[in-house]
Design a protein around this ligand. Structure first.
Ligand code: N7H
Length: 493
């Protein structure tokens, strides 16, 4: 059912990224650029299949030889059919061993996506998906929560037509981007380079953790038919996602939003959100320190309630008092309908996926593929942020109006969501998401200015916290990520 050679690998299973460059470009001369799309598809772009093989090789390069060619060990639990297909196409064992022997396993992953303007230049009408047509600037700045002055100029002026993603280690990525910029994305090929942004995984104990200190990338949709649905023990897996919620042309897409019938050429593509979110880390830490005693919590307990997981990743719903490292990646749980004793209704995770209250469980799912950026907090940043750090937030879905945009506009920002909970929140509304919630700048209504969240304190009594946003949006855009077949077709269109 799935053509793993046709889907770009960052959509699923995700490109392996210690370091990532986002190369944003403008298509000045479409006629010169179009023929490049075939070469890119044939020689450069990493498909789902390619990404799986890369993972197996990278993982194998680290694992002891005795572990054999076990792809399942490469941090993925794959559906049986996918596993068989991958095993059959892996390089022979001795080649992998050779790669392991050399001190440099050079494996990069490369993907490409286009804005609606880029797609129009490549002669494809875009979708009827309103946010995609609007672009992120009109969508987010228009709404009054993002401020134009904080946006990177290149995202403001509507000149971004596409983005090339290159993932790997820092050295490999930089070399690869230079090479590709010359061969396929240079002046000669009708391309004007606009801007490069770098993401970098944190290292040491902070590996896999975003800058506030929390392990990320745990609660990802498991895609029916691609991921192993029985992977998470104990108990049946609660949160499965139909493939069409994330990838066009598959089961679930039509229910996703029947008004947005996709054109057949979209099959195996997805909609990609890129958004640079600056994080104010010292401010977040000082806030936890200052507020925790008033709420009869320690700093870690309050942090866990704001995010929904402890820094290790263990869900606070299951472990309200102390971290539990054994459950660091546990994801098979729901929230009770009518209490927030362990986990506030408005905590980041509960806002962005209100497990338990949404009838259609997978409809609003997104596949997050972000990467942190910027340096660690320095000694002269005890109180206030001086340097630029945060998250290059990215995600995939087949409907922005059910995915990213819906989550932000209907769940994260309105303090009234989830509805009808005032009986359990001391009469106040549940509040805004304290991690990514944004107020309306210059708002007249009090409700749009103040950010607050209802919380039950360490003695189980209702309380409230009030905060300033801990993030700032520097902008981004909405993109379409085509299948490899479509790239080849566009080359001759
Ligand atoms: Fe969030 N954080 O560190 O606090 N996020 N997020 N996010 N987020 C999650 O379970 C974070 C952002 C979602 O399925 C975790 O994988 C930060 C945006 C969703 O239960 C942590 C930023 C949007 C989930 C963070 C940020 C989302 C989720 C727990 C920005 C969408 C899964 C780790 C700087 C609009 C919920 C995990 C579920 C989890 C953090 C942004 C959405 C630690 C710092 C913009 C859907």
């Amino acid at each position: 059912e799935f053509d793993l050679h046709n889907i770009q690998g960052d959509i699923w299973p995700g490109l392996t990224k210690k370091y990532q460059q986002f190369f944003f470009f403008n298509i000045e001369n479409p006629a010169d650029f179009k023929p490049m799309l075939k070469d890119l598809a044939d020689k450069v772009i990493t498909s789902s299949h390619g990404a799986l093989v890369n993972r197996a090789i990278i993982h194998k390069a680290k694992a002891p030889p005795s572990s054999g060619l076990n792809v399942a060990g490469a941090g993925l639990n794959l559906a049986r059919d996918v596993l068989t297909a991958i095993h059959d196409s892996l390089p022979p064992h001795h080649e992998i061993q050779k790669a392991k022997g050399s001190d440099h396993v050079s494996i990069t992953g490369v993907n490409i996506s286009f804005t609606k303007r880029g797609m129009a230049k490549l002669s494809k009408e875009t979708f009827k998906d309103d946010p995609l047509l609007k672009g992120m600037f009109a969508d987010m700045v228009g709404e009054g929560r993002d401020e134009a002055k904080d946006w990177i100029p290149e995202f403001r002026d509507g000149s971004v037509d596409g983005v090339l993603l290159v993932c790997g280690t820092e050295h490999e990525v930089k070399e690869k981007v230079n090479e590709l910029a010359q061969k396929y994305l240079g002046k000669k090929q009708g391309i004007r380079h606009l801007l490069t942004l770098d993401g970098v995984e944190r290292s040491g104990d902070a590996k896999g953790h975003e800058h506030f200190g929390f392990l990320d990338g745990i609660s990802q949709p498991l895609i029916i038919g691609l991921d192993d649905e029985t992977a998470e023990k104990p108990g049946a897996r609660k949160h499965l996602t139909r493939p069409g919620i994330i990838i066009f042309g598959h089961d679930g897409e039509m229910d996703n939003d029947p008004r947005l019938m996709h054109p057949p050429w979209a099959k195996d593509g997805s909609i990609y959100v890129f958004r640079k979110l600056r994080q104010f880390v010292p401010e977040f830490d000082r806030f936890l320190e200052k507020e925790a005693p008033r709420l009869k919590f320690n700093k870690e307990q309050l942090g866990a309630r704001i995010v929904g997981r402890w820094k290790s990743g263990a869900p606070v719903q299951l472990h309200p008092n102390a971290d539990c490292k054994a459950d660091a990646k546990f994801n098979n749980f729901d929230y009770p309908l009518d209490d927030q004793l362990n986990c506030p209704f408005a905590s980041h995770m509960r806002k962005t996926k209100p497990r338990g209250i949404v009838e259609n469980r997978d409809k609003f799912d997104i596949m997050r593929r972000g990467i942190p950026y910027g340096p660690e907090v320095g000694p002269d940043e005890k109180e206030k942020t001086k340097l630029d750090r945060g998250l290059m937030f990215t995600c995939y879905q087949t409907s922005l109006s059910n995915g990213f945009q819906f989550i932000k506009n209907r769940w994260v920002n309105p303090d009234t969501f989830p509805a009808d909970k005032t009986k359990f929140t001391g009469g106040m509304n549940p509040g805004q998401d304290p991690i990514i919630g944004q107020s309306v700048k210059g708002a007249i209504e009090e409700d749009d200015k103040v950010m607050n969240m209802s919380i039950h304190d360490g003695e189980g009594k209702h309380n409230k916290i009030t905060f300033e946003p801990f993030i700032q949006s520097n902008g981004g855009d909405y993109f379409f990520t085509p299948s490899l077949k479509l790239l080849r077709d566009l080359a001759v269109a």
